[in-house]
Design a protein around this ligand. Structure first.
Ligand SMILES: [Zn+2]
Length: 454
């Protein structure tokens, strides 16, 4: 039995997929205008653990992460400049170049963190037609109005607008800045008109412009996963604005919930403030790597705190995580020697482990179980690999102490081939093989007793 905390309803619920053994999972992706900060990456580590847990329970997961390459303004409340166009100005590149560059950086970041690649990457700018179609539908159903700035969604027409926040109040702090002519502070832009020439703009029935940020995830989610789909994830900052607006559009357009379960991760806290780019403090993954920190140490750090709790970040806490991870690797390298000697204890402890992760992803408890077993000599290599299907710490790549010295058959074969070429005085060919052996991480040394492999 899997239990997940559903923000919609504000309680832990038993997870039941809409289709048998299949899960549709949508994660709000990055706005690709700058490097992601590590606080931002916590969201994707969280959705990765969620996906791994579902797969561990034999669900086939279709996971979609979108790329926001247009429409996200400096304020989530649809005011200020477009973040991508701003990035283009900053770096003297085109908006399209900025989006492409930072998309690639983001994709590399998540790979370094062992986050499984989603089944689909969807791009907001590939879905302009679908966004226009949804806005036309909302217009036809009477949910929109036009002001100087663009086409807006009238949130007062939705009876329980903002239900995701769990509050009956219709306004929220994030909406202090308001656009002239808006009927309600919570109303949001569906289509914004180009006030001046932009790089990213399109024709629409209402005039040249670009879609608002909150429409893209609705059309991409429905296109990829159907309506409704199972799980929508994102950071808690999405609850009052972005996700409330997604829910409102699906209900207005189709009388349906967009997703059955809404899961939100808490922030990474740096000096008592959430880590956000707008605050001017950016710690990127690459800046950790430059300090000789393994990206997986950051992954480990996030596992030590439940996703629904704020994670206090300090260099010291990251260092402790790195020490713990190195300690774990050392234990694994030793256990690897013996695992064939013991009967696997996988069956005995898998149930307890599963109990923790299936209980709303309790990774701190699962991690504590692992260490308890290691310390009491009850863990074996197979069991740790089993746990690592969720943790994703690359435990399968740890070499055992003795096996490090063992030369694989493939390398031996190459060495023999090289000897043959040397006998035939084919120096160029023998040299090529030597280079190949080196590429594979081994060295060949010619001694009076013949070649030796290291
Ligand atoms: Zn979104």
């Amino acid at each position: 039995m899997i239990k997940l905390y559903n923000t919609l309803g504000r309680k832990k619920q038993i997870f039941k997929s809409l289709k048998k053994n299949k899960v549709g999972l949508y994660t709000c992706g990055p706005t690709v205008y700058n490097y992601a900060h590590i606080g931002n990456l916590r969201s994707y580590l969280f959705s990765d653990i969620l996906k791994r847990m579902l797969e561990y329970n034999n669900y086939k997961v279709k996971h979609v992460i979108n790329i926001t390459d247009v429409g996200h303004l400096v304020s989530d409340a649809d005011t200020g400049e477009d973040k991508i166009e701003l990035g283009a100005k900053r770096e003297k590149k085109t908006a399209w170049q900025i989006a492409e560059f930072y998309t690639k950086v983001f994709q590399k970041d998540i790979k370094k963190l062992n986050i499984k690649e989603p089944s689909e990457w969807t791009k907001a700018s590939d879905y302009i037609k679908e966004q226009i179609d949804l806005i036309k539908l909302l217009e036809k159903r009477g949910y929109t109005y036009r002001i100087k700035d663009g086409i807006y969604f009238d949130t007062s027409k939705i009876k329980d607008y903002g239900k995701l926040t769990g509050s009956k109040k219709r306004t929220h702090k994030a909406r202090i800045e308001t656009t002239e002519g808006k009927k309600n502070p919570t109303d949001f832009a569906l289509w914004k008109f180009s006030q001046k020439k932009r790089q990213m703009e399109w024709n629409s029935p209402w005039g040249i412009g670009f879609p608002g940020w909150h429409t893209e995830c609705v059309v991409m989610g429905i296109d990829q996963l159907g309506l409704p789909f199972d799980i929508h994830t994102g950071g808690i900052d999405h609850i009052p604005v972005h996700h409330s607006n997604e829910i409102a559009q699906a209900e207005a357009g189709y009388n349906k919930n967009l997703a059955k379960y809404w899961l939100h991760n808490e922030f990474l806290i740096l000096k008592k403030e959430k880590m956000a780019k707008s605050k001017g403090e950016i710690i990127t993954l690459d800046s950790l790597i430059k300090k000789n920190i393994n990206p997986l140490s950051y992954r480990y750090l996030t596992l030590t705190t439940h996703y629904k709790s704020p994670l206090a970040f300090s260099w010291k806490s990251l260092e402790s995580a790195q020490n713990a991870l190195e300690n774990l690797y050392e234990k694994v390298s030793k256990l690897k020697l013996y695992h064939a000697l013991y009967n696997s204890t996988v069956g005995n402890y898998k149930k307890e482990f599963l109990g923790y992760i299936n209980d709303d992803l309790n990774t701190p408890k699962a991690l504590a179980l692992m260490w308890k077993l290691i310390k009491s000599n009850k863990a074996d290599y197979d069991l740790l690999l089993e746990f690592d299907k969720i943790f994703g710490l690359d435990l399968d790549k740890i070499k055992s102490v003795s096996r490090q010295n063992k030369i694989p058959e493939k390398i031996k074969k190459l060495a023999k081939q090289r000897e043959q070429y040397r006998k035939e005085k084919e120096w160029k060919k023998s040299d090529e093989i030597r280079k190949e052996i080196e590429k594979l991480g081994y060295q060949i040394e010619d001694t009076p007793q013949g070649p030796k492999l290291k």
